[in-house]
Design a protein around this ligand. Structure first.
Ligand code: FEO
Length: 165
């Protein structure tokens, strides 16, 4: 059983996951239109992962007898500067998501809602991985550079990562 405020926090998180999901879909479509198939595939996969996160929270809310409220989300941009800026945007979004998850973890522990606290542990681990992934990709991209050769490498690397998932 969730309090009104707890339910609101979880529904807000559904919206945040939906917002990130749309942003990654927009990046995927942009990359595909530029012929960057690896980048497109990688972000399509991440779009799908974010959809799964959203559904996980929806299902959890329903399992507690709570009501899921799907809210409006702002449209993401359809144009991006380059691949490095897209990776940096993704890291920023993941850090924001981690922060909201951490705030919820604190709240649910404080309020002795151990079931939801436990449910959120999966997201804590997932966020750690996501932040690490984007951070390491940015470091590599900065090291190699984003000229034509660098771009070719990033696209290939992201394609391989998508195929090996
Ligand atoms: Fe579901 Fe990557 O945040």
């Amino acid at each position: 059983m969730l309090t009104k405020e707890q339910l609101k926090r979880l529904n807000d998180q559904v919206n945040r996951e939906a917002s990130v999901s749309r942003a990654y879909l927009a990046v995927s479509c942009w990359a595909a239109s530029k012929g960057l198939d690896g980048v497109a595939r990688f972000f399509k996969g991440h779009h799908e992962e974010e959809e799964e996160h959203m559904h996980k929270i929806e299902n959890y809310i329903i399992s507690t007898g709570g009501k899921v409220v799907i809210g409006a989300i702002e449209a993401p941009p359809s144009e991006f500067k380059d691949v490095l800026s897209v990776l940096k945007m993704a890291l920023k979004k993941e850090i924001e998501i981690s922060s909201s998850i951490n705030e919820m973890v604190y709240l649910f522990l404080e309020e002795k809602n151990y079931s939801t606290f436990n449910f959120l542990q999966w997201f804590v681990a997932e966020q750690h991985q996501e932040e690490h992934l984007f951070r390491s990709l940015i470091e590599k991209a900065e090291l190699i550079g984003t000229d034509k050769k660098g771009l070719f490498w990033i696209d290939k690397e992201l394609k391989n990562m998508s195929l090996n998932k």
